[in-house]
Design a protein around this ligand. Structure first.
Ligand code: ZN
Length: 148
């Protein structure tokens, strides 16, 4: 029996059911027909989008809480891009602009940025305040905290 997983579309935020063994085969959204994985961090621009991905996704969601004025955040951005390409489709790689969505920064009590947080089944399982500056570091940190 092949397990299937709920994967939330990064374009239209519809929840799709994808067979686990198809995750790596460039699955597309049943609703909008666009790829479910883009290899780029997904900007979650409001609480509704964040909640859909974090609560409904059955793959872990890695979130970078950042802000446009933050130098270390900008320094980490290229590494984070690269990490997204490396980690998908095992994870959903996302980012939240804490200036644009302060409610999320408040809800998760983000005290320093950048902060990386890993969500599994809607729950935060790990947090890393401060920049990780290489894709390898980011990927390693995320993998270390994945459920087995
Ligand atoms: Zn879609």
């Amino acid at each position: 029996m092949t397990e299937s997983l709920h994967v939330v579309c990064p374009h239209c935020h519809t929840t799709n059911r994808v067979r686990a063994d198809q995750l790596g085969s460039a699955p597309t959204c049943g609703q909008c027909k666009q790829p479910l994985f883009t290899g780029h961090p997904l900007a979650l621009g409001d609480e509704a989008a964040f909640d859909k991905h974090v609560q409904r996704s059955q793959i872990p969601v890695l979130v970078d809480f950042w802000a446009p004025w933050c130098g270390p955040c900008r320094m980490m951005a290229p590494a984070y891009e690269q990490a997204a390409a490396e980690l998908e489709p095992r994870l959903r790689v996302a980012k939240v602009d804490t200036e644009a969505v302060p409610a999320l920064a408040g809800r998760y009590q983000i005290r320093s940025i950048p902060t990386l947080a890993l969500f599994v089944g809607g729950r935060e399982v790990a947090r890393q305040p401060g920049a990780l500056t290489s894709a390898a570091q980011i990927a390693q940190w995320a993998r270390m905290h994945l459920p087995r």
